[in-house]
Design a protein around this ligand. Sequence first.
Ligand code: KG4
Ligand code: ZN
Length: 362
Amino acid sequence: MALILGIEGSCDETAAAVLSGETTVLSSVVASQLSVHGKYGGVVPELASREHLRSIVPVVREAMQRAAVTFDDLDAIAVTSGPGLAGALLVGLTYAKGIAFSTGKPLITVNHIEGHIHAVVLEARQKGTPVEFPALAMIVSGGHTHMFAASAAGSYQLLGKTRDDAAGEAFDKVGKLLGFGYPGGPVIDKLAPYGNPKAVKFTIAKMKSNPLDFSFSGLKTAVLRWSQANAVDEEVRVRKALLKTDPSPALEQWLAVTPQRTLDVLASFQHTVIEEILNHAEMAAEGLEGIRSIIISGGVACNAGLRLAAAKAGLGVPVHFPSPGLSTDNAVMIAAAAVPKFDRGIFAGMEAAAQPNLTLAN
Ligand code: KG4
Ligand code: ZN
């Protein structure tokens, strides 16, 4: 059974994990940079690179210690090579190369998007209900909104993707706009059940050339227009002041500074995003002959409203979500995606480059 160290650092989390075989997670460490980027309302690439540099050595050391293994015990070092922020990717890749070079162990480069898919594949195996193929794989995160037809794990065809903002980016922009800080997704998720999802009618334009493509920027603009029409400046100021005194307010604190009309707009916004995701899943699934399961992964897959709506939607085949810890960026998924590559001897050389725009399939 292969012992693989996974390293992830494509955006704002520095993560390392040790995986034994296909499903035994010996350790998983994630150092979040939320406190660094939060006050800027989004990820600042230069700060992300600096934080990765600070964290990479202690994070990998902790993952190795928790797993009680040494570099000599490893069979391979897996690392995200793209897509993501160039400077951030470079830190993980360079460090992984350093370990591979000094230990003589093989280096495996992993596509971050494939990692998100493997988070689900791994957990489904752990539960004894493996993902059956062909599958529809949806990645809904801060950086990506992609749908793939997967005839097997490792064999993908792109069906549709966002033309502008990613689903998580829409959550983050709406959160920032209304004074809920960064990231917007988790707080909107918590507050949405207190609002009326039908209160504000948001419409999303259909993509003419490919109906399976997504577009979320118009929705964000619609929320902006709503906020201008409803003079929310004062309540936004109060929420920003709250965030200054407490960077992660509790639900009650948020509710105390959020009028009903804003809760309604959050609920309506989230409802529209969820509908859009599930309508696309349904449309894509109808077009895929013999489809046996649906994978929904990436940070937005944490969304409780999305999970509930997916369960109710009756999509006809099992829908697999990762557990919340493996929905957002982590290194377990990177090690898991490396296992089939290890089995087939697909290794990278020291010349492997960071690929900020790496795609999974066209
Ligand atoms: O997968 P991830 O950690 O990073 C990327 O690869 O982009 O996803 C982060 C994104 C952020 O946009 C965040 O707002 C969103 O996932 N997110 C959520 C929730 N938790 C995180 N969106 C909606 N509901 C959530 N509960
Ligand atoms: Zn991600």
